[in-house]
Design a protein around this ligand. Sequence first.
Ligand code: HEM
Length: 146
Amino acid sequence: MLAGHETTANAMSWLWYLLAQQPEARDACSPRSTMCSADRRPTADDLTRLPWTTACVQESQRYFSAVWIIARAAIEDDDIDGHHIRPGTTVLIPIHQIHHDERWWPDPETFDPTRSSLAMLSRTALDRRICRSAADDASASGRASR
Ligand code: HEM
């Protein structure tokens, strides 16, 4: 529990901070947009049906990684890009710098959830399927109560 507390709190704080600056992206995360007329709160089982929300979380973790650097101790001789690493050396992996390196992330200083391939799914087939199933549920319960 201790391990995940601060990381999760920081991740949520940065997610809300970034979404506060992009109301359209934020609104598309709301249960109303993603679950359409489904008259209930999302649960963990709905996670795979929330590709846009997932894309926003992933992009917020790219932008402001809750864990911005990690370390590894080399257990044997190694070579990284011509740099010799001796056993026992501590190697730092700068996650934040990697996430903001334009060799891997075009326009890295822009918070853009559409980078994620999950985002592509969101506003198209998947949402339509969820809408349809929510509408079917609504009309089925309407029929049942008549
Ligand atoms: C947004 C939330 C989280 C982020 C960004 C995050 C990030 C990370 C990262 C980067 C590591 C690897 C550190 C390393 O190898 O040097 C790690 C390890 C770990 N995390 Fe999280 N974490 C999150 C949430 C959680 C939660 C909720 C839990 C537990 C309830 C948890 C438990 C652990 C544990 C036990 C490890 C060590 C795993 C191992 O070394 O075998 N984390 N986390």
